[in-house]
Design a protein around this ligand. Structure first.
Ligand code: MLT
Length: 322
């Protein structure tokens, strides 16, 4: 009798679980953003959240959980219920954190299920408006000559701005003082205000200030110039051996039912075809990824190959955190 009751209870639980996965979503979904509101990750997330919510028939709430270069938010989502109501937006930092952090409390490849890639965003090296150097070569010379006083703003170890700064310092063989923020939104505010000297940040955050002349732009970190900032040389053109661009993707905790992930992926793909998203991304110097990259398979492949790619580069730079 006891066995029959247990079997009936298990069947009921299974039924209600698969029914709830089938009905998903029945309540608002939270997308956790690992950096400050108003910064590049937040901007991209807010742009896709609206059409994703429409496609899913539910509202999407954005929660900014900052700290430790994005690892606080990722750690929180790794431990969340695997029910599709807590989603993480994260970027290239998911592939660098395992090498950067000695005690990372999650494994990006094992503790999450991937939903799909979202964008790949170029970065720009920019300085405060009245910073002495006017070109990238002048910036390199100035930084080398004034390394004890030049300040570089970033969003903490694990942030894209940290990675770009690390590559810059490696390329010029000079360590500079870094000033960490909870995101590059507030870092850019301080750069415009003249509190820090320079930074490297995604075009989704810097295009407006570059065009408005509130900051000095030195270079774009991709192999080709950008249509949105055609006068800005590439790092390679300007003689610096470094390239980096920032890919973003959506994650849910491992164990989230496949049909829930599929619904999120379908909504992401719909959002990336939305004309307003395409237009706003273009204004900000980026594009939505192709539909076949907005899939769990392509996203997992990118996460895994990028983790391999950055590992020896970070190890050679000798950067690490606890
Ligand atoms: C942000 O959203 O603030 C940035 O993505 C931070 C960074 O990674 O540099």
């Amino acid at each position: 009798m006891k066995k029959l009751v247990a079997a009936l209870a298990a069947a009921a639980a299974l039924y209600s679980f698969s029914a709830s996965a089938q009905d998903y979503p029945t309540q608002p979904i939270t997308i956790v953003v690992p950096f400050s509101a108003g910064g590049p990750t937040d901007t991209v997330t807010r742009l896709i959240a609206e059409p994703m919510g429409k496609a899913l028939g539910q509202s999407i709430v954005i929660q900014n959980v900052t700290g430790a270069g994005g690892t606080v938010a990722a750690g929180q989502v790794a431990k969340a219920e695997a029910d599709g109501y807590t989603v993480l937006m994260h970027h290239i930092g998911m592939s660098t954190a395992p090498t950067l952090y000695k005690n990372l409390p999650y494994n990006p490849l094992e503790d999450f299920a991937t939903v799909g890639l979202v964008t790949e965003v170029p970065m720009t090296i920019i300085g405060r408006k009245d910073f002495e150097p006017n070109t990238l070569q002048e910036l390199v010379d100035y930084a080398k000559a004034n390394k004890e006083k030049v300040t570089y703003a970033n969003a903490g170890i694990g942030a894209a701005s940290h990675l770009c700064g690390m590559l810059f310092m490696e390329a010029i063989d000079t360590q500079l003082t870094t000033v960490p923020y909870q995101g590059t939104g507030p870092a850019l505010t301080d750069l415009v205000g003249g509190q820090v000297d320079f930074m490297c940040d995604q075009t989704t955050n810097t295009t407006g200030q570059i065009k408005g002349g509130q900051v000095k732009a030195y270079a774009v970190t991709t192999g080709e110039r950008l249509a949105s900032l055609p006068d800005l040389p590439t790092t390679t053109e300007a003689g610096l051996d470094m390239q980096v661009s920032v890919w973003h993707g959506l994650y849910v905790p491992a164990g989230t039912p496949d049909d829930v992930v599929q619904k999120l992926t379908a909504a992401l793909q719909t959002a990336l075809k939305d004309q307003n998203v395409i237009d706003r991304f273009a204004e900000l110097g980026t594009t939505p990824v192709a539909q076949e990259r907005a899939t769990p398979e392509a996203h997992t492949e990118t996460l895994s190959s990028q983790t391999e790619l950055w590992k020896p580069i970070i190890e050679a730079a000798g950067v690490s955190a606890n």
